[in-house]
Design a protein around this ligand. Structure first.
Ligand SMILES: [Zn+2]
Length: 441
């Protein structure tokens, strides 16, 4: 058993971060999960067997909200166009990072072979840097595969002070060698938009972690789906190592330029992004989609069980008991992405706020906004009603963060913020330094 555990730890160590998170989540679930004995190898597919859990019927009732309405609205699936636009889709093709520490008997080609990397990529890499034939024990390799299982980037950490980067180009790979003196360094990258932002950024050498950071930092100022060719990003990142492990780069600041204006997002020591004057970039959200707070008739419950079928029918939002004809307000600035009728949700509206947030409002009587329309925080978008599968007047309200339904009553929503006092002074000093870097051509 101990041996098995050790093997599992190894597998765990080499899994890409996503799998690691997924596994950690699985393992923290207090169900009995047993490892399949026969398939435990150093691969990315550790088979997990989940034992069924037997719950007594009377225990199920404990999960049911007391004044639960018919289990209906939770079944409205998200149309592809609601959540997934090209940016989401491209980003969610999350490429995996693989790591390997060179041990006795390892050769460059055998290391990559066991991860299913194509022979052709291995050949190209060795051609571009013949020293790759001489790996030493303890050196580290890390690489990122693209959707075609080809190497997109490879890092060869030859020593504490030398790293070689190999980035895929049309012909083969471009090598850059970095000699590190300190523990961290800064890097400026430039992305000139040509077609989609994601592709342009990838071609400029940004990884998906960095792309996501740029999108998040500027999400309240620009619409990444509506960029023009020639629009330009200057990106300043900090790269650091900790106990000789390379950390994810940290975005320090971005400057975005289009034909008419410059936009900035600069990170403060609290990890949030502000403009050059220390004002927060998010406009802030309201907690409730109505002027005053109404009684919650059915809470958010991702594990709500249908009392009739016994199946899980998640309640992905919160229901407010609201009289018909009450003005329904957008809880934040955003763009209407759905305004339509559906059999289950009745008249309903979905609004996208920045890149990470979305809200939905259901069972409405009258819709005031069209798809594509921009709305402001607090703007009246509809009158509440009792349309679709609903047994009484109410608003079913949902909040989504990064394509995941969250509890609207407790969700961490951006607040309108401004730095003041000592924080502001230290931030403004930081801004000067970052701007200096960002304006270097
Ligand atoms: Zn509901």
């Amino acid at each position: 058993m101990q041996k098995q555990f050790k093997m599992f730890s190894l597998v765990f160590y080499y899994l890409c971060s996503f799998h690691r998170i997924l596994l950690s989540t699985l393992m923290s679930v207090p169900l009995s999960i047993s490892l399949a004995q026969s398939h435990l190898e150093l691969t990315h597919h550790a088979d997990l067997k989940v034992s069924p859990v037997h719950v007594q019927a009377h225990h199920l009732n404990a999960f049911l909200p007391k004044d639960s309405e018919p289990i209906d609205e939770g079944t409205l699936s998200l149309e592809e166009d609601v959540l997934k636009d090209e940016i989401d889709t491209d980003i969610s093709n999350e490429i995996s990072v693989h790591e390997h520490v060179v041990s006795k008997g390892d050769a460059f080609s055998t290391i990559l072979h066991q991860y299913d990397v194509e022979q052709e990529d291995i050949r190209k890499l060795i051609t571009v840097d013949t020293e790759m034939r001489n790996l030493h024990i303890g050196q580290k390799l890390a690489w990122v595969l693209n959707e075609d299982n080809k190497i997109e980037h490879l890092i060869w950490e030859r020593s504490q002070s030398e790293k070689r980067y190999y980035d895929r180009t049309k012909e083969g790979f471009k090598v850059s060698i970095l000699f590190r003196t300190g523990e961290s360094y800064q890097k400026i990258m430039k992305v000139v938009v040509n077609g989609s932002f994601i592709n342009s950024a990838k071609l400029s050498g940004l990884n998906s972690h960095e792309i996501r950071a740029v999108i998040t930092s500027l999400q309240w100022q620009i619409d990444f789906r509506k960029l023009h060719d020639g629009d330009c990003f200057d990106i300043l990142t900090m790269h650091a190592t900790l106990n000789s492990v390379k950390q994810h780069s940290e975005l320090l600041g971005v400057r975005f330029r289009n034909s008419s204006k410059d936009y900035y997002a600069i990170r403060a020591s609290d990890g949030k992004f502000y403009d050059c004057n220390g004002s927060g970039l998010a406009s802030g959200f309201m907690r409730f989609p109505t002027v005053r707070k109404y009684r919650v008739s059915s809470p958010f419950n991702p594990r709500r069980t249908n009392p009739v079928t016994g199946r899980i029918a998640p309640h992905k939002g919160v229901d407010f008991a609201v009289p018909i004809g009450t003005p329904v307000l957008s809880i934040g600035n955003g763009e209407v992405i759905v305004s339509t009728y559906s059999e289950t949700a009745g008249n309903y509206i979905a609004i996208r706020h920045g890149r990470q947030y979305m809200t939905r409002y259901m069972h409405l009587k009258t819709l005031f906004v069209r798809k594509g329309q921009k709305v402001k925080r607090g703007e009246s978008i509809a009158l509440s009603g009792n349309t679709g599968r609903s047994t009484g007047p109410h608003i079913h309200f949902e909040t989504w963060i990064n394509n995941q339904a969250v509890n609207p009553m407790t969700a961490r929503l951006p607040a309108m913020e401004k730095l003041t006092g000592k924080e502001l002074r230290s931030y403004l000093r930081r801004v000067q330094k970052v701007l200096f870097q960002l304006h270097k051509e």
